[in-house]
Design a protein around this ligand. Structure first.
Ligand code: UD1
Ligand code: UDP
Length: 367
């Protein structure tokens, strides 16, 4: 019997669950990985398994892309069958994707206990599919791993018993601790793209509410371009396939000095982020990573479920308004980067394992 089954399906889940999977190996916990197949392009999927030295998933359901209901429904049936077979003690899901929702819903009606890593995040914006996903998973989970006291407080306020919640920090820090020095040593990404540390802005934008709306997408690109022009900086945009498709569909020309590049592998991305003057993003994980790495961040959204980053002064919300984006970048470039990291010491993964009803070897059993 397997102790733990991980259900994952997208780039950020692979990155943020990798430390927990590694902790299982180090502490003698049996596990299996069920990949839903939500992400399948090598540069959103396979490359992370390779680079983070994870074994191939035990099962890949190959669900692929589709409308929310269809995609989630197909995952649900597949996950249920595999969990029945594996009979784990615990199913772990992470974050707020459709894969996390499907893994959570399937497990909650079966024998295994359900654990939710990165519980208690709230944007209070129900128009985001991610908000629906995270709220539901939190309310059906048996073990909730909140990254901060604030996220725990949100959960308690919604009536979730404190006994279910452990504040662990975010596993994004565990992943950065392991990889940031390696990234600096190993990658040639700056040279490859003709970039000098501190002399460019990094940008990511892929959220449904931003890139699926042509006006918002145009405003966001325009704001990034104006910020780049104002400071004489290139804006490097590793572009998610959703956004790439929308550019084509809406016939949007990317304004200079924004330049799109392919989605980056983790080490290259961490290096690009660490060496950037500032980052403009709508990503959840990137807001956290920028905060941890001391890189000023502008979040091109109306809200954030990561208020810890704005509270410490690492992040500023600009909405998708071109002029507000430009101004927010200027303000953040002048920010004092000495804020504290609200996301813990990089031992979230071990804390998670220790709180679960599985037997954990106290000494590391493997490297
Ligand atoms: C999903 C998550 C989002 C997360 C993001 C991480 C949900 C509701 N959304 O959004 O919270 O921030 O992953 O990156 O779960 N595509 C490819 N190759 C792939 C996967 C997708 O080309 O491997 C294209 C397809 O055209 C697809 C589109 O991207 O239709 C969107 O993919 P999907 O997984 O539905 O949502 P994401 O935007 O990736
Ligand atoms: N990331 C990456 N390559 C890229 C862009 C992002 O490796 O080209 C990583 C980044 O370091 C972070 C994660 O992907 O850990 C964030 O994923 P994404 O923005 O897709 O999703 P979100 O966090 O918004 O759910």
């Amino acid at each position: 019997m397997t102790d733990i089954a991980f259900v994952l399906g997208t780039r950020p889940e692979i990155i943020k669950l990798a430390p927990v999977i590694r902790a299982c190996e180090q502490h003698g916990v049996e596990y299996a990985v069920i990949h839903t197949g939500q992400h399948y392009s090598d540069n959103l999927d396979g490359v992370f398994f390779d680079q983070l030295e994870l074994a191939e998933p035990d099962v890949n359901l190959g669900v692929g892309s589709g409308p929310h209901g269809e995609q989630t429904g197909e995952m649900l049936g597949g996950i249920e069958r595999v969990v029945e077979d594996l009979d784990p003690d615990v199913v772990i899901v992470q974050g707020d994707t459709n894969s996390a929702l499907a893994g959570g819903l399937a497990a909650s009606k079966m024998d295994p206990k359900l654990a939710h890593v990165e519980a208690g995040l709230r944007s209070f914006d129900r128009s985001m599919p991610e908000e629906t996903n995270r709220v539901i998973v939190d309310h059906i989970a048996d073990y909730l791993f909140a990254p901060t006291e604030k996220s725990k407080w949100y959960l308690v306020r919604e009536g979730i018993s404190e006994l279910r919640i452990t504040v662990t920090g975010n596993t994004v820090v565990d992943a950065l601790e392991r990889n940031r020095t390696v990234a600096r040593r190993k990658t040639t990404v700056l040279d490859d793209h003709g970039l000098t540390a501190g002399q460019y802005l990094l940008m990511t934008a892929h959220r449904q509410e931003n890139v699926d709306d042509p006006d918002r997408f145009r405003a966001l690109l325009d704001g990034a371009a104006r910020a780049g022009q104002e400071h004489g900086l290139d804006v490097v945009y590793p572009i998610h396939p959703r956004a790439r498709e929308r550019l084509k569909e809406f016939e949007i020309d990317v304004p200079a000095p924004v330049r799109t590049i392919e989605p980056q592998d983790y080490l290259d991305f961490v290096r690009l982020l660490s060496a950037s003057a500032a980052v403009l993003t709508d990503s959840g994980g990137v807001q956290e990573e920028a905060c941890v790495l001391g890189v000023p961040c502008v979040t091109m959204r109306d809200n954030t479920e990561r208020p810890e980053t704005t509270d410490v002064g690492a992040n500023r919300l600009s909405s998708c308004d071109s002029d507000r984006i430009r101004r927010a970048v200027t303000e953040m470039l002048n920010a004092d980067g000495g804020w504290e990291n609200p996301y813990g010491d990089g031992d979230a993964a071990v804390q998670i394992l220790r709180a679960l009803p599985v037997s954990v070897e106290t000494e590391e059993v493997i490297r």
